[in-house]
Design a binder for this molecule. Structure first.
Ligand code: BG6
Length: 483
């Protein structure tokens, strides 16, 4: 048993990290437009790196340049998309996961009428993908909600966000339904707790000493919004599939000491809870008990739980970059990861940013998730950030990236052979883009190199790295040839 014939091979990008054009054609400011360049994140910063204040937001609104806000310029996908899509097609992509910038459609999140220029842009992108036989997988909210919904309502803490989102989603389904069959609601919904502003527009200082309460309330509103959007998606687009998405933070105990095992177990339970709610349609009892113990009281409308149960996700999408380790010993060395920290695992190597490289962990994750949920799975992000060197002749040799992917794909293949129902894989990211956590350009993920430095200088020329040719061959062989 190997990959299915129609396996969706491809790559994943997000609007706020590629598009640029942050203030063109009627787009409103999004939370991503005020994320500043932070190349030297410390490990502590990883535990709460998106701390934002009202003053920082005011300063960013005042500064209408892109200089310290690299996501505003992205890689100018807004103007380069035909060329980028042609390169994806050349690699043989069957799919492209991309997101819609909500503030391109509803600049402040609450307009009566959507922004036609924003709709037209995505329609053109979808037409281009169709021309190349690339199936889009579209995330409705990937760290780019309208900034106005954050400053006006403190983001998703306010229940009115549900209507704003459902309305936006409906406009997308109506306009793009004929091009898009696969949808995703929220990118890495679990990350609200790790970076409340980026994911949910929550400004911590506006929550007093009740930030945690605000986080769980915001999450509840997102679950309900996701369920309502799922309902609309199914009604408006026949044969559509709506997925939910998790950051898979597979956690190991540092030793077999029961205290370590318990910590790792709880960490995994808390990670899975977000998928439990969206796939099984209910809050898990242990999770509810934990909320109660923390003094969290969720405000719900009478029908909320029924809505969650009635409109569950069709498939589970997840990102996987690294595994993490928990220890009860506070003296252990800590390392960073994807907006998390953890104890350093002596058996694993790390990227330059301290994310621990663990291909077997991907197989463990696949087995665990499929056994738990028994719905089709898709890996929608996996990759490594690295600094690349352009040789004098223009070539870019990136054996480290090829190794990373080869080892992860090989474990993914084993998981499929062990019976996991996996229908696709989209690498993060097929083209260099702006990093979420540090806003660096130099933290490169792509098979395609983009000539842009951290300070924004560069021609934006696209070039093929060695990994481009390698991935092309992987896709052509439907994952059989990883060498
Ligand atoms: C994922 C996000 O969690 O991590 C992406 O969904 C992000 O948007 C990716 O780019 C890698 O993180 P970073 O900080 O290296 O860009």
């Amino acid at each position: 048993m190997s990959f299915r014939e129609d396996f969706l091979w491809g790559g994943a990008i997000a609007a706020n990290q590629v598009e640029g054009a942050w203030n063109l054609d009627g787009k409103g400011m999004s939370v991503a437009d005020i994320a500043s360049f932070k190349p030297n994140l410390s490990i502590e910063d990883y535990a709460g790196h998106n701390t934002i204040t009202n003053q920082m937001i005011a300063d960013a609104i005042e500064d209408q340049t892109t200089s310290i806000y690299p996501k505003r310029r992205g890689i100018d996908f807004y103007h380069h998309y035909p060329e980028d899509i042609a390169l994806f097609a050349e690699m043989g992509f069957k799919t492209l996961r991309l997101s819609i910038a909500w503030s391109r459609i509803f600049p402040n999140g609450e307009e009566e009428v959507p922004n036609e220029k924003g709709l037209a842009f995505y329609e053109n992108v979808f037409k281009e993908l169709k021309k190349c036989n690339i199936e889009p997988i579209v995330t409705l909210s990937h760290y780019e909600m309208p900034l106005a919904l954050s400053t006006k309502y403190n983001g998703w803490v306010d229940r009115r966000l549900i209507d704003c989102f459902v309305n936006y989603a409906k406009v997308c389904f109506e306009r793009f339904g004929k091009y898009v069959k696969y949808w995703l609601t929220f990118n890495e919904i679990d990350s609200v707790g790790r970076h409340p502003f980026t994911t949910a527009g929550i400004i911590p200082e506006n929550c007093g000493d009740r930030l945690e309460q605000a986080v769980y309330q915001a999450l509840h509103h997102q679950y309900v919004a996701a369920a309502l959007a799922t309902k609309d998606c199914h009604e408006l687009i026949p044969g559509s599939q709506m997925g939910c998405m998790l950051t898979k933070l597979t956690t190991y105990p540092n030793t077999c000491h029961p205290a370590d095992v318990e910590l790792a177990l709880l960490s995994n339970l808390n990670n899975h809870a977000h998928a439990d709610i969206q796939i099984c349609g209910e809050y898990p009892p242990l999770y509810q008990a934990q909320l109660k113990a923390k003094g969290i009281q969720l405000t719900m409308e009478p029908d909320d739980l029924k809505i969650l149960k009635a409109h569950t996700a069709d498939y589970l999408a997840f990102s996987y970059y690294m595994s993490r380790t928990e220890s009860a010993d506070p003296e252990k060395e800590i390392t960073s990861g994807n907006t998390v920290t953890g104890v350093k695992n002596p058996y694993l190597e790390s990227t330059e940013w301290g994310w621990q490289i663990d291909p077997v962990g991907l197989r463990v994750s696949l087995l665990e998730l499929y056994d738990r949920y028994r719905v089709p799975l898709i890996i929608v992000e996996n990759g490594m950030g690295a600094k690349d060197t352009v040789e004098e002749d223009g070539s870019i040799h990136d054996p480290y990236r090829i190794n990373y992917f080869r080892e992860h794909l090989s474990e993914m293949k084993k998981a499929v052979e062990m019976g996991v129902d996996l229908f696709g894989y989209t690498s993060w990211a097929p083209i260099d883009l702006i990093s979420v956590s540090t806003s660096q350009m130099s933290k490169r993920y792509g098979f395609i190199y983009v000539d842009q430095e951290d300070d924004g200088s560069g021609s934006l020329k696209r070039s093929k790295k060695d990994s481009f040719y390698w991935y092309k061959q992987v896709i052509a062989s439907n994952g059989e040839d990883l060498e």
